[in-house]
Design a protein around this ligand. Structure first.
Ligand SMILES: [Zn+2]
Length: 362
């Protein structure tokens, strides 16, 4: 049995760390290309550019907003001309993924600098590329960032819904890793789980329960509190290592099914993953005290516990069934990473139970 895990080279988290680019020694006097979101170009870049220029030779480019092959090729052409040593992706998951692919194609070092803690993508090696129409066209593994720079002041100043969504993505981590580990399913790295990763996944879940609700309040008030810092670490590092090296299962599988229903398109990845986690509790017959604990957590931070809260009020069984089938029929889907034979009907029932308990709790 081969156990395997992927890690980023270095993870740096703290208040105002972007000001000095994480004091990364090897950045000094190097040529650096920064791909940044529109928002970062308007605020973070003008505030810090003169300091950055005292550290390294830096040029920046605004990200178009979509991680498509057109955008990757556009940025690749610009970055290729500059003969850079480092590429930094600054923004949300799509900016980070675009910069990641460009850096790996050019064979240069890559720094992920997330400005929100909405998913666990920044520490990971997986990339998602979309079509110009917005559907997923490619999903592949590159390699993890050489550095991850997480400035907690910037995260605290972003809307709290991003942080809560990140908690939804992180909520799935321990459950999915535990399912994969118990049943000997391979993780995203293609190996079996190390004890180190199982400990991190458990720490991820416990951190959410301990600090989730106070971190949300901190974020709503733009305060970089210790609780917020713990949750940023859970959402970004613990969840990132946990999903990639611990494996995915029903929560993300059900998320993929829900994404096939148009009503959910206005909701974030982590919000749908949270509901997928709830449905997974019923699918996998988790004990009632654990179910109660997870529902109490979701309600305390404002993660969805009903179908109506992810845009699916009044959805019929037939519609759910039609949404489940494309995922269910793909035998490679991590939806099948469970010990028993799944049926689409059983998945519909689990989704209905998750919604029923959510509505019952009010
Ligand atoms: Zn996820």
């Amino acid at each position: 049995m081969i156990r395997k895990a992927f890690f980023p080279g270095c993870y740096i988290q703290g208040k105002d760390i972007l000001r000095n680019l994480g004091e990364i020694e090897e950045l000094k006097k190097k040529r650096v290309f920064l791909l940044a979101t529109n928002k970062a170009v308007k605020s973070i870049v003008p505030e810090n550019l003169s300091t950055w220029k005292s550290i390294c030779e830096i040029n920046y480019e605004k990200f178009s907003g979509a991680c498509t092959w057109d955008e990757i090729n556009r940025v690749l052409e610009i970055a290729r001309d500059g003969v850079y040593d480092f590429i930094i992706g600054m923004g949300g998951g799509k900016t980070i993924d675009t910069a990641r692919v460009v850096a790996r194609q050019l064979g240069v070092k890559y720094i992920a600098a997330p400005t929100i803690a909405a998913t666990d993508a920044p520490t990971a090696s997986a990339c998602v590329v979309y079509s110009n129409e917005g559907s997923v066209v490619d999903y592949f593994i590159t390699s993890n960032p050489d550095y991850v720079l997480v400035d907690t002041r910037i995260i605290a100043e972003a809307p709290a819904r991003f942080l809560v969504s990140g908690m939804g993505d992180a909520l799935a981590t321990w459950f999915e890793a535990e399912t994969c580990d118990r049943s000997n399913f391979r993780n995203i790295c293609g190996g079996f789980n190390l004890r180190a990763i199982m400990s991190l996944a458990e720490a991820c879940y416990k951190t959410l329960l301990t600090y989730g609700s106070t971190a949300k309040i901190a974020c709503e008030n733009n305060v970089v509190s210790p609780a917020l810092e713990c949750i940023v670490e859970a959402n970004t590092l613990l969840s990132g290592l946990g999903f990639e090296s611990g494996g995915l299962s029903t929560a993300h599988g059900i998320h993929d099914c829900l994404c096939n229903l148009e009503g959910t398109h206005a909701y974030y990845h982590g919000e749908k993953v949270a509901f997928g986690t709830l449905a997974g509790l019923f699918l996998e017959t988790r004990p009632q005290p654990l179910v109660d604990e997870v529902y109490a957590f979701c309600r305390s931070v404002g993660l969805p516990t009903t179908l109506a809260q992810i845009g699916l009020e009044g959805v019929t069984d037939r519609e759910l069934d039609a949404a489940i089938h494309p995922v269910f029929d793909n035998k490679q889907s991590y939806l099948h990473n469970v010990r028993f034979d799944l049926t689409p009907e059983g998945i519909v029932e689990a989704i209905r139970m998750a919604d029923a308990l959510g509505r019952h709790l009010g």
